[in-house]
Every structure is written in structure tokens, then in C-alpha cells.
Design a binder for this molecule. Sequence first.
Ligand code: CA
Length: 399
Amino acid sequence: MRFAVRGVWAIFALYLTISAAFAQENPSFVAWREAFRVEALAAGISAATFDSAFDGVNVSERVLQADASQPEFTRTIWSYLDGAVSARRIRLGQQKLAENADMLDAVEEQYGVDRHIVVAIWGMESDFGQVRGDISIIQALATLAYDGRRAAWGREQLIAALRILEEGNMTSEQMRGSWAGAMGHTQFIPTSYLQYAVDFDGDNRRDLIGSHTDALASAANYLARNGWSNGQSWGQEVVLPSDFAYALSGRHNVQSLSQWSSLGVHLAGGSPLPATDEMASIIAPAGSQGPAFLIHNNFSVIMRYNNSTSYAMAIGHLADRLRGGPAFVGAWPRDARPLNLSQRREVQNLLSIHGYSPGPADGIMGARTRAAVRSFQRRAGVTEDGYVSIALLEQLRNH
Ligand code: CA
């Protein structure tokens, strides 16, 4: 009898707990979660892993806000590089190289990727492990899968994150990172984690959050499996002749070093390019008013890690500086005002009105927009560098 009374009270207490939990939960999120649970279990995730991972998970306003925000100003490349390759970061990176020398020997030996590049990625992605993100990855990805602009992407990443938990690499409490689902010292998203993360410290867990050894080896593995050429540089700063045809610049216009040399291109220090048939491109990330760089295939491999020219420049340059290399010689056009969001949209709208195809007027100056800018510049008879500036906006307005 006393047992029965206690049992009733226990059930009643449980009922109160559950109803309180459900009262705070968004009912359509609960319905979504139950449907997603079926999908996850069909994909091989165990009920125990799913239920424990989703314990207490709800829609995150912080993640929704971050996903919806659109920058008023995009950073100029010089301001981005100033932050990415600061004196403090170079000093800290050199310290990390010294502290981890034996491990980096082993990583280089195994994957054939230059340690300075690997440590540069560590610095860029998490400031050498200091900023790994504190948002629950399951909560972040569940929010994006439930209510983001990228629901399909979010579902795929969420299944991958559950698989990482299922493998026993870490607990869901330990699985924390950025609002966009990137984790650990090298900020891998879950699908990259599953595909490229390695256990390099030998504890049988692939742990990019708790083990910087695993994380650095995994970054090297990522680059190696995406075509990194051991012994090849990412690129070098060059000086272009005054009559250089900027139509030849751009990552996809590849020529041999001998051909570039015959066009009058030389290294920033004044030396000629090596007269070889190695293929390379020339980029001018701030247009004809800024410095130019010869880039090799490894530059594109870095962009497989993060699809941004500025990012690849920062990794390459930080690696060179960690090795003791010099700062860039050429001056950036630091006086130029960056375009705000409505000006960037106006560029895209005007390109469309003039018959070019810049893609949607989203304010993002991506590959399509830059290609449309080049077409416009070619027809307008101005320097065809594909660079979006206030001067370009005025040319478009007056066209
Ligand atoms: Ca490990």
C-alpha cells in the first residue's frame, strides 16, 4: 500500500516534469523532431544515441539570428588580412610550432603537408584552440534543419553529427562549436569530420575538440586528400608590368611560369619567375589598384577547406610569416571606401539592367557577379579586373 502511494506520487511527479518540459517546447519543433527521429533511426542512428543527444534540445534564437544576419559591410581583403595575420598571431603560431615540433614532424611525415600551413589553419580556425565555440552542435544543427534557410544541409549535418556521437568519439555535452555546426580546433563541419577526421594521438577516438593532435592531423589529411602537392608553395606576391592585361587575371586562367614571365611578370622582390612549365594563375584581390599574386594549385586546395579567396590568402601568408617570410610589398588601396549592402545590390541590379548575369541581387559579390563585372568592364573599355568598387558603381550608374 505504501509502495503503491509512493508509486502514484512518483508517476505524478514525472507527469509534472514532462508537462513542464513540453510547455516550454515549441510544438511544431517537437513534431519536426519526432519525424526527424524516424529518419535518423532509418539512417542507422540508435534510439539511445538520438534520445540522449536531443535531451533538452530546442530551437535556438541565437542560431536563427546568426543565420539570418547579413553584413552591412563586407570586410575588405586588407582589413581581413590585418586581423588574420597579426603580429600577435605570428608570435603565438611560432610558439605553437616549437611546442608541437615532434607531433608536427609526424604529421608532415604521414600526410606530406607543410607544418606552417597546418598551424596557420589552426590559428585561423580557432586562434590555436582558444576559440572553439560553445554552442551545442546538436542544438545548432537541429535549429538550422528545422527552421533555417538551409534545412536540407542542416539535416545532412545533423545525421553526421549523430553518427560522430554513435561512434563514441565524444559525448553530446562535449560536442560544442559554432552556430553553423563547425567543431573543434580546426572547425570541421560534421560531414567533413566523418570523412577526414583521424585519431592521431592513438586513444581510438577521433576527437577534434579535445585533442589538438587529432585536429591538426585531420586538417593535414583533409588537404592531402584534396590534392595538396608536397613541396609546392600556395603562391607568391608578384609585380605586373604597367601594361598588364587584367583580363588574364583570375584563378581559372592558368598559364606556365615561362608564359607569365614572357608577359613581364616578376617576383615582388625583383627576381624573375623560375622559367618552368609549372602552371599558375595571377590574382589581384583588390583589383588593379592593389598587389598581385601568382597562385598555384595548392591555393585551390586551401579553398576546398573554406571557399574564399581571402581565407586562402590569409592561410598562405600566415604560413609564410610563421616560416619567417616577409610581409607583402605592394600597397592595398586602403583609402577606398567599401560598398554597403544597398550599394552592392545596386551593382548587381545595374549589371542585370545592362544585360549581364550577376545572379540574384543578394549583395554577395560571388563568382557570377565578378564574371558579370568583367564582361561589363570589357565592353566599357575599362580595366578588366573584376573588382567591385565605388568607381565601378559610378561607371555602372553613368552607363
Ligand atoms: Ca584521438
